[in-house]
Ligand binder design. Sequence first.
Ligand code: ACO
Length: 372
Amino acid sequence: MEDIKKGLESVIALETSISYIDGINGILEYRGYNINDLSEMPYDAVSYLLIHGELPDEDELEAFSGQLRAEREIDEDTIEFMRMCPYGVEAMDALRTAVSYLSHHDPDMSDCSLDANLRKGIRLIAKFPTIVAAYYRITNGQEPIAPHPSLPHGANFLYMLRGEEPSELEARLMELDFILSAEHELNASTFSVRVAVSTLSDIHSAVIAGLSTLKGPLHGGARLAVMRMLEEVGSPERAEEYVLSLIAEGQRVMGFGHRVYKTYDPRARIYKRLAREIADERGDTRWFRIAESIEEAVQRELVEKQGKPLCPNVDFYSAVVYKYLHIPPEFATSLFAIGRISGWVAHCIEQYADNRVIRPRAKYVGKHHPSR
Ligand code: ACO
């Protein structure tokens, strides 16, 4: 009882075969496949891999994609509910409530068998992009756009957001963004998901726990904060002064540091390459150069001078990619959730398959009053 690991740091809480992280060498694998090797695949194949444990063959992929495409639509009631959200409700909060609302209409709601969980998982994976895109359009005073019947997951999302098909590069970046966000071992939101499932609660409730946890600025909400930081810095020349002022105020530089990686996050490397690629394609490198200048300032001031092992994490250069895709910062975390839902579904299924209720202990440090 005495050995408390605050924040459960380094505690091995369970076994998983869904993903593997080597935080020292900067390696991430989904089901044994290096993330770099998965980055050329469709999101649907990666989603299948996470949930079923093996990459699909051609027929399996076609069937899985067909199931996802068939479940993309959301009904008018869900859209109406989003229209009724008070002004200023954030996308993550609207998504969380939409999942709760959808659960009331899910035909498998009370069935927690493996088959029913797979069906519910597929519905959630398919509908997340539709919900977020519809909410984006509603908050912009536009009519939601129905999902495209044949576009891939990432391209379909951008299509529903904008009403026109994205360029090839944009479609590839969106697909890759969802892949890179899809899974990351026992991060805070996935832990929440597994705690909920461990009580034999249902998938929708577990996903709501995941969304509520992902939203925080020390987790998925950091992407939003990085986008705001890029805007606030405004030009590469101001990056150093900005970082110095954060340090002087004792604040953190968002998008840096990680509980597990003590080196460059392998996803951040891929995002950095993509951010440079789209900056060059657009002929506007400002956001990329601001980010690179912030990275250089953090390296100088916090790594070299203070010896802190801080590298960009997944949220840093993804925020730059989002700037070029014209994603508003308030929607950044909900895009993260669109990717992550596949990982959460996989973890729900793994937890149900070998369950033990997750219930750690706390060391009591309060008073003991003598009994009367
Ligand atoms: N900026 C400045 N200093 C930092 C940062 C940062 N981003 N991150 C950590 N540090 C410092 C801490 O102040 C601490 O210094 P100290 O030893 O002098 O007190 C030291 O580095 C160690 O930090 P911890 O808080 O112990 O690291 P922890 O593992 O608890 O936190 C976390 C990891 C939460 C990600 C942290 O690095 C952070 O707050 N980063 C900024 C938020 C962020 O980008 N979150 C996204 C993470 S990725 C994801 O969840 C999807």
